[in-house]
Design a protein around this ligand. Sequence first.
Ligand SMILES: [Mg+2]
Length: 361
Amino acid sequence: MKIVDARTRAVAVPLERPFLAGGLHMIERIPFALLELRTDEGITGLGYAFSLSERPFGSIVAATDALSQEAVGENPLEPERVAAKLGRAFGWAGPVGVVNMAMAAVDFALWDIAGKAYGQPLYRLLGGHRDRVPCYYSGALWRDFGLEELEGAARAVLDLGFRSMKMRMGSEPPRGEEERARVVREAIGPEADLLVDINQGWTPYHAIRMGRMLERYEFGWLEDPVDHRDVAGSARVAAALDMPVCAGEYHYGKEPFLRLLNAQAMDIAMVDLLRVGGVTEWRKAAALAETFTVPVASHLLPEIAVHLVAAVPNGLTVEYMPWSLPLFLETPRVQDGMMVLPHAPGLGLELDEEKVARWSI
Ligand SMILES: [Mg+2]
């Protein structure tokens, strides 16, 4: 089988409060570079990458377009060979920003083609450890929400069928974090799982002091309390608290995970599918964590990540962030707080072409 054509399109998905808002700053739409690789056997593979802001987005579209052209003529069933060729074409010097994200988009499309060629959903090609996985709702409890809006959003997430959710803290200036924790915990009750993401907002000593307070509200993890480059600082926080520290999403490639694991800088590894370089590299980062008996959680793109978390033995949970979901006709459903793996071959995703046309940029 051979790739005969690569096409990249750009769309922007509009967001609405409270479920589709967010990030560190409130954003109104998220731009995606959509890639389709077509083969000589009539199979088409889908991949994509995105950016949280539209200004750097042009570089992601350009990199995805340029890299995917390098894949034309290659066998899509050989993702390692294609990755090596793409790396060489760009003077491979290790995992680098936008190039890694474009490599991920190509890698998604290759695995999608492989699944369709073999007639199996991606999670089975990767190991098929189980067919449903825990997940948590990520896109609702934002930093700029007042107490009342937080409470309403927390209840609304439970009504969607989730048993676990994540809130954000670490605003500058601080915004009564204990009160915010209490309001959400009371809204969802003691049975639901609650996680918190600081997005690198604290210093290690502040994180330890705040972490001790947050432990009283039974948070399941404290995510990225400090700057991702401060590996020793993250290790200090992890050692000082009983609450697990989750980290990793800001790192490019798999190599930084070995450093984080050796330093005991995290109790739970979070691996970003785009920054790590796609499905092929995500598995390797997860395997590194497995050798340290560290569980692995996904970051964004739940419709792809669900396959990875289901396939590896140390898969912990899927971040259910809805930003990308409106692009597709159907996405994996959530039942009793678990994501159910799709049976369709490959990624199991079909673009909603009507929306893609409407949201084209
Ligand atoms: Mg995060």
